[in-house]
Design a protein around this ligand. Sequence first.
Ligand SMILES: [Zn+2]
Length: 76
Amino acid sequence: MTGALAPTKPLTVADRCDRCGAQAYVRAVLVGGGDLLFCAHHGRRYAEALRSTGADIQDESARLTETRATAPDDER
Ligand SMILES: [Zn+2]
């Protein structure tokens, strides 16, 4: 489900959790314009609270179970 916000680039292996430094799978775009990155673990831990403040949560943790080499390019 996509919102009306400008599209953001997918998270990459270079994106790291702000809390523990693991690979980030969740991006929280704050109302004020900044964003936070979380690993799957911390994403689950903080996403609900952040969403309650109006932040836009982009959860890509589902990609954890996908086969990276053959990921379909069905978003464009
Ligand atoms: Zn983390």
